[in-house]
Design a protein around this ligand. Structure first.
Ligand code: SIN
Ligand code: FE2
Length: 216
């Protein structure tokens, strides 16, 4: 058999264009995984993952924390960005340089040069966790894109339209994939369906999502 006939790219999942200015970049984060996991250890020690409550009183199934000069939080009084972690009273851990490089490489690849994130929301999903359709709209201006990195067990990403009721595309996200949406797609509704039971060699039965934003 002539193996030259089978180039690796025949098997690698292709990037997915989700919209005019929205794309899933397959495996773009893979070279950063070791660095990310080492940084996460320190971040989780300083700013532990916790389940927050939505303004409507629901306990989120996803546990979260942040790094960066601003961190996204929610409680009964609303969604907002804060400079201090409300649980520790301390500033959120700094954005590691490797995180910024990854976010900038992804943004540039997707057509958004000059992305300068100041916030990284870190979401932890265990099997059974989900995130319902929402818009990312607590940021001060919407000219910067959202860069969203998937690690660990697979998930189904839901990418809807500009209205909550619009039909959502369902896109499988694997370890190392990065979704980027901005420009005319910046306010598209999106979410994650309930995670199925699975085990990842590096992360176990867990999915980690890093969402980079320009919030301030
Ligand atoms: C989010 O929208 O905050 C998370 C998306 C994801 O987990 O992929
Ligand atoms: Fe989001």
């Amino acid at each position: 058999m002539n193996l030259d006939l089978f180039a690796p790219e025949d098997f690698a999942p292709a990037n997915v264009q989700l919209g005019a200015q929205a794309v899933v970049l397959r495996g773009l984060a893979l070279p950063y995984v070791d660095a990310i996991l080492a940084e996460l250890k320190a971040i989780f020690a300083a700013a532990p993952l916790r389940h927050m409550v939505t303004p409507g009183g629901f306990r989120m199934s996803v546990a979260l924390t942040n790094c960066g000069s601003l961190g996204w939080t929610t409680d009964l009084s609303g969604y907002r960005y804060t400079q201090l972690d409300p649980q520790t009273g301390l500033p959120w851990p700094a954005l590691p340089a490797s995180f910024v490089r990854l976010a900038q490489q992804a943004a540039e690849t997707a057509g958004f040069p000059d992305f300068l994130p100041d916030a990284c929301l870190i979401n932890r999903y265990l099997p059974g966790a989900r995130m319902s359709l929402h818009q990312d709209k607590n940021e001060r201006d919407f000219s910067a894109p959202i860069v969203s990195v998937s690690l660990g067990i697979p998930a189904t990403f839901l990418f809807g339209g500009d209205q909550r009721g619009d039909r959502a595309q369902r896109v499988p996200l694997q370890h190392g994939d990065v979704a980027v949406w901005g420009g005319q797609d910046r306010l598209r509704y999106h979410g994650v369906s309930e995670l199925k039971d699975a085990t990842h060699p590096l992360l176990g039965a867990m999915r980690i999502n890093l969402t980079f934003r320009r919030a301030g």
